[in-house]
Ligand binder design. Structure first.
Ligand code: 5GP
Ligand code: MN
Ligand code: MN
Length: 480
């Protein structure tokens, strides 16, 4: 079915309310992106989300939008805390998939001679690939419960990381209200040996260099300088989060029927926020989110150790510290002003990043003057970006931006494009070292599989919902 779209300006498009929609859709994209979008089903998903009860403001889509389970990836939707719903499809299977950026005092020339060794060390120290697990770190059931309740703090308590790290994580690395009793045995079982693993495919660990600074003053506050070495970690809640999503989809289908919620698509199954099923999902989701925060914290410890092993200096001496850690698959209660009225909303961000403005109390104190850091990976062959949130974005998108470049080719199509090519050599020719757990992954993850993230963040910037600070170029990539 064709979705009606009206252009508002160079980077905004309205899907006008019609039929069962309770509100408009609002899509951020340039014309070329919109032309491409019209050929797929993601816009129908934006429209479907607009039919859900209690939605506040438009059903939003960021410029990296593409088709997802029920809700589009790159989608943002806010719901009234009394009349609204919560939907696992609005969070995604990989609960609290997210990105963490580390800085260092190292300059690219100091690291280039050691890149192969560094890539080897990272690949060895951080297990990656489908079903990757750790032989050396199997949690006890009691420990796992603490991880689910405390998130990154549990890892810091084990001596891996600092209080300072925690201050530089969204929500301080722990979402409140987590209740491990609400997880199935299968979900708990899957978490026992997967803490500190990268997983497969799109998940990665990347050593990068700061290639361009657009806003020198903001960059300075973030601790970034030209030619500097940084590290990005992208992973989530692994099998545990997947299982939580899967378990609760079944519960939500029953709940939607029980509360008489008409679903435009079964994948939008949901429950009222103030129903038992709704509250239980949020408490289970918080467990998975905390597992993901702990996962990225543990991986950070091994990144530090890898640098120490290869460069022979301590992580402190190298000033290898956390710039920030963002969630891009999450639903959270937040305060927003809508039509002049302050309201408590449950904001779903699926493949979308929180981007709070300067002055917001949830932004770490050291960044309060410039806004929350927003971390946007691109692809393994080109570049990634660092942005900050804006006041305009807080008003228009509930303080949200894109989360990446977004796929343009399916995994299958990407494999076809990569056939007969030597991707590893192509990357090497551009000075990028690659270590991958699976050969298939490399083909699926070629640059051409993704939009050019530069175009995506330009739309974000032009629309005023984010501000570009710096561009990072990959030096060494570890892929699952
Ligand atoms: P997702 O969470 O949707 O799987 O991925 C987020 C984004 O990460 C993707 O949209 C893509 O732009 C980016 N990405 C995927 N693989 C890589 C990689 O190896 N390196 C970098 N820098 N970005 C990547
Ligand atoms: Mn993920
Ligand atoms: Mn992700």
């Amino acid at each position: 079915m064709v979705v009606k779209v009206q252009q508002i300006d160079a980077c905004r498009w309205r899907i006008p309310r019609e039929g069962d929609m309770r509100t408009d859709g609002l899509v951020f994209a340039n014309r070329a992106m919109m032309d491409a979008l019209k050929k797929e089903h993601a816009l129908e998903q934006v429209r479907n989300v607009a039919t859900l009860p209690g939605i506040v403001g438009p059903s939003l889509a960021m410029p990296d939008i593409h088709w997802g389970y029920g809700f589009p990836i790159g989608g943002v939707a806010a719901f009234d805390d009394q009349q609204g719903v919560v939907s696992p499809g609005g969070v995604g299977y990989d609960i609290n998939c997210g990105v963490r950026l580390l800085r260092s005092d190292l300059e690219v020339q100091q690291v280039r001679p050691h890149l192969q060794k560094l890539a080897d060390a990272l690949f060895r120290n951080v297990p990656s690939g489908i079903g990757s697990h750790r032989r050396d770190l199997k949690l006890t059931v009691a420990q796992e419960r603490k991880v689910l309740q405390q998130g990154a703090r549990w890892v810091v308590k084990q001596g891996m990381g600092s209080e300072r790290d925690l201050r530089h994580i969204e929500e301080g690395g722990c979402i409140e209200g987590a209740d491990p009793d609400l997880l199935s045995d299968r979900a708990l079982e899957r978490g026992l040996d997967q803490l500190g693993t990268l997983g497969s495919g799109n998940h990665f660990l990347e050593v990068q260099m700061v290639e361009e600074i657009r806003e020198p003053q903001l960059a300075q506050v973030l601790g970034l300088f030209p030619g500097q070495v940084t590290v990005t970690i992208h992973t989530g809640s692994r099998g545990l989060g997947y299982q939580v999503c899967d378990d609760y989809l079944r519960i939500m289908l029953r709940a939607a029927a029980k509360y008489g919620i008409k679903l435009a698509d079964r994948q939008l199954c949901c429950a009222p926020l103030n129903s038992p099923a709704g509250r239980q999902y949020l408490a289970a989701m918080a467990c998975a989110a905390n597992f993901a925060f702990a996962n990225r914290q543990l991986i950070t410890a091994w990144v530090r150790e890898s640098f120490e092993q290869v460069l022979g200096q301590s992580a402190e001496a190298l000033r290898l510290s956390v710039i920030y850690d963002v969630c891009h698959n999450i639903a959270k209660y937040e305060q927003h002003v809508v039509d002049g009225v302050r309201r408590r909303l449950c904001v779903h961000r699926k493949g979308a990043t929180r981007a709070f403005p300067p002055g917001h109390p949830d932004v770490p104190e050291c960044y309060r003057g410039i806004g929350q850091p927003v971390l946007i990976p691109g692809d393994m062959g080109r570049y990634s970006y660092v942005l900050v949130g804006t006041e305009a974005g807080f008003g228009e998108t509930f303080g949200s931006t894109c989360h990446g470049a977004g796929r343009v080719l399916s995994r299958h199509a990407a494999k076809k494009v990569a056939r007969g090519r030597r991707i590893e050599e192509e990357l090497a020719a551009r000075g990028i070292v690659l270590r991958a757990a699976g050969r298939g992954t490399v083909a699926e993850e070629i640059s051409e599989a993704y939009k050019d993230v530069m175009e995506v963040v330009e739309v974000v910037q032009k629309a005023g919902i984010g501000r570009i600070v710096a561009r990072l170029r990959p030096l060494a990539v570890v892929k699952g």
